[in-house]
Each structure stands twice: as C-alpha cells, then as structure tokens.
Design a protein around this ligand. Sequence first.
Ligand SMILES: CC(C)(COP(=O)(O)OP(=O)(O)OC[C@H]1O[C@@H](n2cnc3c(N)ncnc32)[C@H](O)[C@@H]1OP(=O)(O)O)[C@@H](O)C(=O)NCCC(=O)NCCS
Length: 185
Amino acid sequence: MPAPTTIRTPRLELARWREHEFTELRAVLDLCDAHLRPWIPFMRDEPRSLDDTRARVAQFIASFDEGQHFRYVVRDRGTGAFVGEVMLLTRGAPGTLEIGYWLHQDQCGRGYAKEATAALLPVAFEDLGAARVAVVCDEHNAPSIAVAHSLGVTFDELRELVEDGAPVRLMTFVLPREVWLERRA
Ligand SMILES: CC(C)(COP(=O)(O)OP(=O)(O)OC[C@H]1O[C@@H](n2cnc3c(N)ncnc32)[C@H](O)[C@@H]1OP(=O)(O)O)[C@@H](O)C(=O)NCCC(=O)NCCS
C-alpha cells in the first residue's frame, strides 16, 4: 500500500509537502536556525536561498511520489499553525525506514513530536511493509532520545564520526516489525 498523503492524530495533521509551502519552510528554518542547527544534518546546507528552498520542497514531493522518502509537514489541527516535520526515510540496511523529526521552536514541550512520530509506525509497518524502524540521535540530544524511547525502540549501536572536524557520537535505536506486532496484539 502507498504511504497516506494525510494522517490525523488527536491534535495534529500530518500532510505531505505541497509546492507552495516553500516560503513557510524558509521562514521557519530562518527563525529556528539556532534551535535546529546543532542537531539536524540538513542544516549544514542552510540557509538556502528562496529558489533553492523551492527546489528542495519539489525534491520532497518527487521523492514521496517515487516511494523513497516520505516527509510530512505537521500542523496544529485546530489552527493550521506549522508545528514541525516528521519523516520516514529509506536509508540504512535494506528493509529499514528511519524516522526523523524536528519541531518549530515555539511548539516544543507539548508532546507533539511523540504524537506525530507515533502516527508513522503503522505507516512504516503496515502500509510500507518495513522490517524495522530506526531512529538516529546524537548522544547529547536528550529531547530527541526521549522521543525515540516513546516509540518503543531499543538501543542498537553507537557510531563515532567526525563532522566538520568535531567528534560526534550517534546512537541508533531500532524497533523490529515483530516486536511492534507483538505489542499491538
Ligand atoms: C527533538 C524535539 C523534536 C523534541 O521536542 P519535544 O517538544 O521535547 O518533544 P515532544 O513534542 O514529544 O514533547 C515532549 C515534552 O512535552 C511535554 N508534554 C506536554 N504536554 C504533553 C502531552 N500532552 N503529551 C506528551 N508530552 C507532553 C512532556 O512532558 C515533554 O517535556 P519534558 O521533556 O520537559 O518532560 C525538539 O527538541 C527539536 O525539534 N529539536 C531540534 C531538532 C532535533 O533535535 N530533532 C531530532 C534529531 S534526531
């Protein structure tokens, strides 16, 4: 089954990117630069120009259509306010979908990341047939690790990298399909 284009949770709506949303993405990334930059790899290529941001959103749309990466804009269901982005990325070992997430800095501390990412598990396992879901967090990113734990993942491995000359330790957590199915039963 293909990934759904829209997902609703009690408080949120997750929807695949639409072309016109690039201006909003640009504004949010500029506002939240300091909040996101330490933790999000794509921030190394920011700030992009508005044209490059438009091209990036077009890339998100094409990738969703191709069944490769599934990126969703998260909005408050009541107000439509931009809350953040969650995603299922085809990367890592075959059969693995990696869950990624970030929130607008003004939307943290409300449980939105946990609520939005939890809604991706049925998409990964039922719609897309993943064998496992993975989450990768910097070992110092406590809020992100808390979101990962809320999904029921367990620690898998620690990788040490050097990024921009600085050492980085990345924790990978995984949730195998069988474990998820057992818990649901
Ligand atoms: C990682 C990130 C998404 C986590 O955001 P967050 O707001 O801490 O996570 P949640 O939305 O799940 O909210 C959890 C917090 O909301 C609180 N909360 C309030 N109401 C809640 C509710 N109804 N349900 C659940 N939690 C609630 C919780 O107590 C918790 O706060 P605490 O950690 O102080 O106890 C955010 O810090 C972020 O965007 N960071 C920068 C980008 C990033 O690091 N992304 C991940 C890369 S791996």
